[in-house]
Write a protein that binds this ligand. Sequence first.
Ligand code: NAD
Length: 431
Amino acid sequence: MASASETSPDPAGDPPDAPTESALETALRQLRSAADHLDVDANIVERLKHPTKVEEVTVPVARDDGTVEVFTGYRAQHDSVRGPYKGGLRYHPDVTRDECVGLAMWMTWKCAVMDLPFGGAKGGVAVDPKALSRAEKERLTRRFTQELRTVIGPNQDIPAPDMGTDPQTMAWVMDAYSMQEGETIPGVVTGKPPVVGGSEGRAEAPGRSVALITRLACEQYDRHLDETTVAVQGYGSVGANAARLLDEWGATVVAVSDVNGAMYDPDGIETAAVPSHDEEPEAVTTDADRVISNDELLTLDVDVLIPAALGNVITKANAEAVAADIVVEGANGPITSTADSLLAARDVAVLPDILANAGGVTVSYFEWLQDINRRAWSLERVNDELEAEMEAAWRAVRAEFERRDVTWREAAYIVALSRIADAHDARGLWP
Ligand code: NAD
């Protein structure tokens, strides 16, 4: 099953190139950059530099061979001024406290730019999930849930899938939490399988939002989709869904890629016929007449480039060679801070991840609403409401973009910070 991350890094800053900038450094830099454009109370900015709480737990797990291994897990909760904390749980060896704090901050900005009634959180366990059997992963998840039980909940903090976790993991979280609480509480997590309260359209949502933002950006720059060429890096949950929708809406998708390279056809690829990562992993180039490298894909002379695989793929080294007029960030943080400045200097329109791939957390919000109301929505309703939310967020970001001399990224952060700061201002500080 596809992962369904809700997080988002990003850039906009000074040389030297900083592909290794940590999640926390990026989040703090973005906060400062947005605050510079706004008349925000410095005391509110000071509060936003710190998480509200970071829960650190140990998670003992009985391995299949009878030995016990103890892992470290975290849940960082950044800011809840606009509603319960929301964000993914990842299983990855590199999970650290600081990474969780930085990613939690990104979730605060992402939820705010989408105007969702949530704040930001992120958690995870420092573990290699590939080294665990299914039974071990289930035991780890249940014990981790128990350790976090006092800090999560449908009105408190709602986890979701992320790297190394999936809908099945969320079903185990829901079950463990519900068993302890003595009642079925589907709203404690999102990204669940639909059979236990997950939402239709959740897995496709980040790709759908990328396609919607691409379409809106093309309209903004007076480009008809049927005269627009697109290259997409990564053909997984985000990339394949975005590419197929844009193809369906009339765009010419000339290149799509996976880890092995890119299929390239200047006349247009029939995207439905190319297997996505979920359908058949790493098979994009299998039947391709013409294969190019991922590096070549990034510098193709297309109208729209959608990096939807990994972070930090557009760097100081290749930013000048990016020939697209519009770049839509499908992946989290695909552009380093220096590359972002270089693209901005050339007036390349970069639509930031916190807006473009926010379909995931938006449909998570719909899932939470469905769980609380005990009533499932149709796929059609999910997609219609997602489109409405994306258009509303687009209008808010575009208003700042047109009002100030800023990039799309800065405009998105300005929208997010204004909403959070206004909420803090209205609620005040408990003495
Ligand atoms: P996925 O695992 O479904 O697919 C990833 C794709 O990228 C695959 O086609 C894979 O072959 C390709 N890939 C891997 N390494 C590559 C490389 N070195 N060069 C080129 N292609 C490579 O992943 P996904 O869920 O589509 O996520 C992609 C990105 O989008 C990640 O940055 C993720 O954090 C972000 N994101 C995902 C979601 C979500 O809900 N799925 C939400 C927001 C952001």
